[in-house]
Design a protein around this ligand. Structure first.
Ligand code: 1CP
Length: 344
């Protein structure tokens, strides 16, 4: 019989406060690591890297070889879903993702029937990671939440205010709701398959939950996230979910109550006091160091790490950044961050 091994990060997701907060780093596999840049060059394109299990496993594990992190996050991208639905995604150097923006006809032409087949290599990566990872490490699967993925599908690229997608939602309500339905259903299939392949927990990246009024936040963020959590748990009972509604601070408590996520990710612009006063001490949180402070290191970093650890000391807390690590981050600063949190 296998002994049950304690996974501190998974336990925290399930609401059990640890004496020292477990940690991972948002976008921990990436361009700040020379070994990532090397593997990325071997793969050719970025999507080839995502769709080649051998290389995707390698880059997933790279940050864990350097740093004593408590979780690995599957190496993939939120934009494999449009790619799998038949809206091709291109990654051009220095550009970020590019797509041909969808119109109403394009939404009708999306084909959900073969999406999981297209994503089979990503699921194979999860299976290989499960077989390789040390038993005390948590394996995090993920997808982009529907609204965030839709902003790229409708706008064709990242944008500062998501104008194209916000406008489309009001101007072409029926087609927009159809797109959200497709994304909700595909995300449920995809996340259930990741859990089935061996992920311990899944994260919904709602990176563009900002710039939305009450009604838009309810329609575009809260309801689709809720439907995914509910649909996923109908397939995988008690599926553990982390939600990260970046920019949704005013709605934090409502988001948690409405969606039923286990953990809520806190972006770095959300005041620590506000979180303490808004969410009950039993509510697990994840976050929220500004990635810029990790670039700076020194007191700029250390003072805020201390403030975060103190603010969340009384609750289940997963230490993390409040958004993704950036390419110019010095590796020595990441080493120091891990040392600081480990000695908390
Ligand atoms: O050239 C390269 O190597 C591409 C850089 C890169 C990487 C390393 C991209 C392009 N995606 C990724 C991997 C990735 N993306 C992961 C797995 C790696 C890990 O965490 O260790 C994850 C979880 C993501 C998630 C992701 N992709 C998000 C949500 C998180 C966030 O940062 O808000 C978003 C918005 C994307 C889209 C995307 N993909 C890539 C870029 C540069 C972007 C952002 C574009 C923009 O700002 O609009």
């Amino acid at each position: 019989m296998n002994p049950v091994v304690h996974k501190p990060l998974l336990a925290t997701v399930l609401g059990q406060r640890q004496d020292r907060p477990p940690m991972w780093i948002m976008r921990q596999a990436g361009r700040y690591l020379p070994e990532y840049r090397q593997t990325r060059a071997r793969a050719g394109g970025f999507l080839e890297l995502c769709y080649t299990p051998e290389l995707a496993v390698e880059v997933t594990l790279q940050p864990l070889r350097r740093f004593d992190l408590d979780a690995a996050i599957l190496f993939s991208d939120i934009l494999v879903i449009p790619d799998a639905l038949g809206q091709p995604v291109r990654f051009e150097p220095g550009e970020g993702p590019l797509l041909d923006p969808l119109d109403e006809k394009g939404i009708e032409a999306l084909d959900r029937s073969r999406a999981l087949e297209h994503l089979a290599p990503v699921l194979e990566t999860v299976r290989r990671l499960r077989a390789t990872l040390a038993p005390d490490k948590t394996l995090i699967g993920f997808c982009g939440a529907p609204w965030t993925v839709a902003t790229y599908m409708l706008g064709g690229r990242g944008s500062p205010d998501q104008w194209a997608a916000r406008r489309f939602a009001l101007e072409h309500g029926k087609a927009f709701d159809r797109l959200m339905d497709i994304l909700v259903e595909t995300s449920i299939d995809y996340l259930a398959a990741q859990l089935d392949a061996g992920a311990d927990v899944v994260q919904l990246f709602e990176s563009w939950a900002l710039n939305l009024d009450d009604a838009a936040f309810a329609r575009q963020v809260m309801e689709p996230n809720r439907r995914i959590v509910e649909g996923l748990r109908a397939r995988v009972p008690d599926a553990p979910v982390i939600g990260f509604p970046r920019g949704g601070a005013g709605n934090l408590a409502r988001y948690v109550a409405h969606t039923g996520v286990n953990v809520v990710g806190i972006d770095y612009a959300t005041p620590l006091d506000f979180v303490r006063n808004t969410l009950p001490p039993s509510q697990p949180v994840q976050g929220n160091l500004d990635p810029l402070r990790l670039v700076m290191g020194g007191d700029a970093m250390e003072s805020q790490v201390e403030a975060i650890l103190t603010a969340f000391r009384d609750r289940p807390h997963i230490f993390n950044l409040g958004h993704g690590i950036v390419p110019e981050t010095p590796i020595a600063h990441v080493e120091r961050l891990v040392e600081l949190v480990k000695s908390a």
